[in-house]
Design a protein around this ligand. Sequence first.
Ligand code: B12
Length: 339
Amino acid sequence: MVDLKQYIVDLSKKVNINLIGFTDCQPFYDLKDYLIQRKEESKETEFEEKDIDKRINPRLIFPECKTIIALGISYNITLDEEPDYKLRGALSKSSWGVDYHTVLKDRMIRLIKELEKAMDFKYMYFVDTGPLIDREIARRCGLGYYGKNCSIINDEYGSFIFLGYILTNLEVEEYSSPVEEKCGDCDLCLRACPTKALESPYRVNPKRCLSYLTQTKDMIPHELREKMGTRIYGCDTCQMVCPKNKGVEKSNHSEFIPEITKGYMNIEELLTISNKEFKKKYGTMAGSWRGKNVLKRNGIIALGNMKNKESLILLKPILKDQNPMIRDYTEWAINKINK
Ligand code: B12
């Protein structure tokens, strides 16, 4: 057999994985103090594994682990089309088209299946929902470096890349080397963040990050509701201003083309659509994972921020919504419009 690492790299190209790298499964001890500090400062989110040892030690997840294979695919799609509805709420690119967990897992399963044709091995694979820290794995595997906006940036594809990894008992002869950080003096992302969630280079306060606010079910402070603008899911601001995303290779994964949404939700529809219809129409979109009501709430916030009196006719009926969260935000939006 040719070099195993090269063999896996070649297979990854065959199944259309854009980026791949390899590292050993030494624990990520360097991160421990930072993770403890974040917990103490209440900067940990409800979307993360709470057990810090599990976050840094691959062998606690997969005792036979010898190698971690990091994988990345670009979701950098640009679109000329616009939807025809008037009340538009923005979706971040990470929620364009088909859910990235499905797309990247599909590529990873294909890679694993190809490899299984040639050898027996053990593995576990994760996209996003694993306990380990995907970005740190990607960094150690040389897929890219941390931008000051905290995203992993690759020289060829920029930062609009999704990350996944395979823990395996396979061993390769040589591991990848991390790449050097290239932000230099640039601080455009820190300056552009509407809530100053990027408190210093490489340090985001998730509780102020607009992406987090569009996903949490916790009460959103009034000051931050205003900063959400018309965002329905996620936020791309710190990546859109990044010069490293200019002139990069675009995504070749057609699943990320937002055929149905064109990158926006119709807020009027969001306020009236049934749960069943929502699931049927938007269930495969990454941003639907928190359920319809979270997006509906964000739609209500968007209407409040648009301050258009014509929206009152849409908002008044949902003052009687059975969900207390919806009633509360509707009251806020109506007050904002009437001010
Ligand atoms: C929780 C979570 C969030 C939270 C918290 C984000 C965060 N920064 O931690 C919220 C909801 C805010 C969020 C938002 C987004 N997320 Co998110 N998220 C996650 C998740 C599930 C865990 C992240 C985590 O563990 N954070 C832990 C802390 C420790 O991270 P941190 O504070 O950023 O600190 C890191 C760096 O800043 C760095 N660091 C810290 N100090 C220093 C100092 C120096 C000098 C240096 C160089 C580095 C450095 O090391 C830390 C460890 O990675 C991961 C998937 C996973 N399981 O890993 C996806 C993940 C990070 N998210 C992802 C994406 C796409 C996003 C969004 C772009 C989505 C969007 N458009 O709205 C935004 C980007 C926001 C941002 N600027 O980070 C991708 C990132 C891909 C990439 N290219 O980097 C991931 C990896 C999912 C995936 N598998 O593809 N996310």
